[in-house]
Each structure stands twice: as structure tokens, then as C-alpha cells.
Design a protein around this ligand. Structure first.
Ligand code: PLP
Length: 358
């Protein structure tokens, strides 16, 4: 099927094939990656490959550590304030969608937080303007959501001159485009969109921030310092998900790395938005044009009563995952890295045909 789901989503076929061929009988180990010890030399090799490739692809500065954790991006919503929101401090949140609001609500359970900017008034169709110089300098950190998976908006540029440490949830657009990691103190992402399969959460964090600013006395599993000190192996890691990530990263390198992936993602989004914008209003993009996401394209049919028919016809034609999130309805096409141009072209042909029939 052509999988346009928002996550979990498809893997590139060559990645899936290699995982099946190699992952089920790894090297000279005589076992699958699912069965081996996380202290074995084979797993050492797998985790090192994932870390090295991630560092290389993202051009990650030395002062960052790469952590392979569990609990999804949702656990990070809590872990970030637990570790970095000390007594007497306040953290700032930019609420631009459902997950951003969840991050805020979780942090509120831990300590003092405030919303420094929001796009809720626009129904999350826009992103707020942020003047870095107006962000209070004494905040413990400022939290952003890079790409708003449900509403289909994405920061195109990052506000400059924000003084407090910047934390970003990049769950739905990590590795879809280059980032300047120097602008961030912590970046996190659940793996099940652009990093492979569920069960793994990748956290990229500035080591000195952890050393210097972490709240003391946290339960071990909830402390970044624990995972830093133990090379992400304080307890048993999700070895198979780390393995899938390593294979996926190698595939991205073979494609030409982030420059090539970015160009492909831009082209996919350009084609799809082009069809929406040139449909005489039959299809209507939800997000405001200047903040449109290249990963999750949200749209409605002018005649919303036709949407169930559109979705079922799409399903019958082999397109999976086109329904909008259950909280907002409508339609959504997710264009993660694994989706190729040919799949988008097939979908667009279907959409044009559906439109001419109606
Ligand atoms: N943040 C964003 C931007 C997401 O899109 C999602 C899931 O779709 C989450 C967080 C929650 O991630 P998880 O299911 O890994 O906890």
C-alpha cells in the first residue's frame, strides 16, 4: 500500500528488506537482533553505527550527547521539566498544536510554566510571531514543537536571539531537513515517523546543560544524567528499534544525506500543495500558506460531506492513512522521508480524478 499515515508510518522498502534479511540473522552472531545481549559486540556495533550516522547527518556538535530512550516523545514532555525546571524557576512554552499543549500540561504538573506565545486563537492554522529579544531571559528553557503533526504547520525558520536554552520536539520532522543544532539545548523525537519504528525515542542533548543544571535526586530512569553516564544502557535498550534506525540512517546517507532528502521532501510538498491550490477550491489547505508543513499536509474538501467518500475511495485505491487526526477530522497526507515521489504522483492522479468525477 502507499502509506501516507501520520505515524507509525512506512519504512523505505530497501530498509525493510535489509532488516528482514540481516536483522533476523545478524552477522556472525547466529541470532537475530531481537535476541542478542545489549552488552554484546554486535549490539555495540549497531548502537555505535546509529549514533555516528545521526551525528554525521545532523552535523551535531561535540557537546551534544545522543541518547536512545523509551517512553515515546510523551515521556519527554515530563522528563524535560523534571530535569531542567528547578525550584523557583519558570519554563516558557510555545503552544502551536495538540502535542505542544500536552508538553505544556505535563510540565505544569512538575513546576512553574507559562505560555509565551500561542496560535490557538487561529485554530492552530498559523504560527505566532516571536521576537527573541522579548522572550524573558530568565526562563529555565523555552519549548517549541518543530512540526505540528495534527494541524500541519511547521516552523520554517527558528526565532533568533532567544536567550534561554531552546528545547524542541522534532518528532514529526527530524531528519526531513538540516538543522542548526547549535540553536538548541535539547532535541527529541519519537522514532516512529522519520527514525524507524516505535519503542525508541531519540534525545540529543547538550551535555554541559545536563551536568550543570539538572535537578538532583530524580528517579534514575527519569534522569538524563543516568542515561548519559551509561551510554543509553542503564537498563535494557530497545535494541531492535535502534537497529532499524541504524539501517534507515545508512539508507539516508545512500540517498545523498539531508540535502537530497530535503530536496525530495520539498518537491513532494510542492506538488501536493500545487494540486490543492489549483483545484478551484475543491480541496482546501488548512494551514496558512507561509507556515505549511512539508511533512503533514492537512486539507478539507470544500464539500465536507464528500470527505467520507473521498477517504473510502482512496482506501479502495490502495492509499492508506489519509484521514485527519480524530480530533480535527478532514484529510491529512503525511509525506515523511519514506514516501517517494512516485507514491505522491499516484496519489495526485487519484485526487485529480476524484475531483473531475465530482
Ligand atoms: N510530539 C509530536 C509532534 C507528535 O507528532 C507525536 C505523535 O504523533 C508525539 C509528540 C507523541 O509521540 P509518542 O507517541 O512517541 O509519545
Amino acid at each position: 500500500a502507499d502509506n501516507f499515515g501520520a505515524g507509525p508510518t512506512g519504512l523505505p522498502l530497501p530498509v525493510l528488506q535489509r532488516v528482514l534479511d540481516e536483522g533476523l540473522s545478524y552477522g556472525d552472531s547466529g541470532m537475530s537482533v531481537m535476541e542478542m545481549s545489549h552488552r554484546s559486540r554486535w549490539y555495540d556495533e549497531i548502537q555505535a553505527s546509529a549514533e555516528t550516522r545521526l551525528r554525521r547527518l545532523l552535523n551535531l556538535p561535540e557537546e551534544f550527547s545522543v541518547l536512545f530512550l523509551q517512553g515515546g516523545a510523551s515521556l519527554q514532555f515530563a522528563m524535560i521539566p523534571m530535569n531542567f525546571l528547578g525550584a523557583g524557576q519558570t519554563a516558557g512554552y510555545v503552544t502551536t498544536g495538540s502535542f505542544a499543549k500536552k508538553a505544556y500540561s505535563e510540565a505544569k504538573k512538575v513546576g512553574s510554566v507559562r505560555i509565551i506565545a500561542s496560535s490557538e486563537d487561529s485554530g492552530f492554522r498559523t504560527l505566532p510571531a516571536i521576537e527573541g529579544s522579548q522572550v524573558p531571559q530568565d526562563l529555565a528553557y523555552v519549548h517549541f514543537t518543530s512540526n505540528n503533526t495534527i494541524y500541519g504547520t511547521q516552523w520554517q525558520t527558528w526565532p533568533t536571539d532567544v536567550v534561554p536554552p531552546v528545547v524542541a520536539d522534532m518528532s514529526s520532522d527530524i531528519l526531513s531537513r538540516p538543522i542548526d543544532a547549535n540553536r538548541f539545548h535539547l532535541i527529541y523525537a519519537g522514532a516512529q515517523k522519520n527514525l524507524g519504528i516505535a519503542g525508541l525515542t531519540v534525545v540529543l542533548v547538550n551535555q554541559s546543560w545536563v551536568h550543570d543544571k539538572s535537578v538532583a535526586g530524580l528517579p534514575s530512569m527519569l534522569s538524563y544524567q543516568t542515561h548519559l553516564d551509561n551510554d543509553s544502557r542503564y537498563n535494557t535498550p530497545p535494541a531492535f528499534a535502534v537497529y532499524v534506525l541504524s539501517v534507515l540512517l545508512e539508507w539516508i546517507e545512500e540517498q545523498g544525506g539531508l540535502p537530497a532528502i530535503t530536496a525530495r521532501n520539498e518537491e513532494k510538498a510542492r506538488l501536493l500543495y500545487g494540486v490543492l491550490d489549483n483545484s478551484d477550491g475543491f480541496y482546501q489547505g488548512v494551514a496558512e500558506a507561509n507556515v505549511r508543513s512539508k511533512m503533514n499536509v492537512t486539507f478539507r474538501l470544500q464539500n465536507q460531506d464528500l470527505e467520507p467518500e473521498f477517504l473510502s475511495a482512496a482506501k479502495a485505491a490502495g492509499f492508506v492513512g489519509l484521514g485527519g487526526h480524530r480530533s480535527v477530522g478532514g484529510c491529512r497526507v503525511s509525506l515523511y522521508n519514506a514516501v517517494d515521489l512516485a507514491q505522491v504522483e499516484r496519489l495526485l492522479t487519484f485526487m485529480q480524478t476524484f475531483r473531475s468525477k465530482h
